[in-house]
Design a protein around this ligand. Sequence first.
Ligand SMILES: Nc1ncnc2c1ncn2[C@@H]1O[C@H](COP(=O)(O)OP(=O)(O)OP(=O)(O)O)[C@@H](O)[C@H]1O
Length: 336
Amino acid sequence: MLEVKNVSLGYGNHIVVQNVSMRLDQGEIGCLLGPSGCGKTTLLRAIAGFEPVRAGQIDLQGKTVASLAQHVPPQARDIGMVFQDHALFPHLSVGDNIGFGLHRMAKPLRAARVQEMLELVGLEGMGQRWPHELSGGQQQRVALARALAPRPSLLLMDEPFSSLDTSMRESIAREVRAILKQAKATALMVTHDQNEAFAMADNVGVMARGQLMQWGNAVQVYCAPATQDVAQFVGDGALVPAQATAGGQWQTALGLLPAGHPHYQTAQGVQVLLRPEHVAVVEKGVRAQVRERTFRGSHFVFELELPDGQAVMAKVSLNALYGACESVQIALSPEL
Ligand SMILES: Nc1ncnc2c1ncn2[C@@H]1O[C@H](COP(=O)(O)OP(=O)(O)OP(=O)(O)O)[C@@H](O)[C@H]1O
């Protein structure tokens, strides 16, 4: 459906996306996730046709739409777009916003399609309203309906929930996922919010410094980060020094980890990833000082410091009443 092959992109003399390859199958939802400035939006814009490629090629439905030799303009790519700020037309009703891209359709067919889209996004009976009469989440659903109405072969979404309240984003992302699945749409979203990406995507692409570091489902990306950048960007945790044992395991300050535990060759030697759930507060273990305690609803996450200054994090039950600066004993979780 969408295939990006060894694509590099840039502005002036500056290359900002390097040798990225990825594919989305029909009906699949992908998310590009990464820190600010890593090149996510530039890649999305190139897929839409707003940026030329510097190397590589982009295929849509088996046809090359971008390469050094070819550039199909955005309007000829059969792509729908949803932007950060919804970009609804304030002087058009909700129904006319949704029908905007359907001008070539006969009027009755167009009205029927608008009705169908209103139902799809759960806004039946709101076609006559003005955009300003809707909540932020409802406006976002109108933007989605407008983008999906012409049945584009690919939907691109650039930070579509960033103007919404943080507490709403994850639930809206889940809602939008259900709508996209019902419409059997193929979609690619850009976000820097991992909860949003995990709630929305079949596969997540993690970018750092212009490169796609990993493309996989949420569990793969969280449990087996392909690179140090992915380990640090996705989820909580700390990278701690480790030495290989004769048996192929990893020796750390907290004990032995299995050979397959996520580990990375860094400038400081091999480091292993310790997620908060990998570390437990115990009665007898290694002494550590609590630096900070964050409430996470079902548990606390403690930020701890070992005697050598190494930082680690631990997932701790709510009945643990330790506070900042207190000393605790920690060990690797028995589940490891
Ligand atoms: N029009 C432009 N001209 C020159 N440089 C640009 C332009 N747009 C983006 N850049 C640069 O390209 C790099 C990638 O930007 P891009 O917007 O793709 O990142 P991003 O990952 O989407 O970031 P954010 O999450 O902050 O939107 C950045 O270093 C940025 O400064």
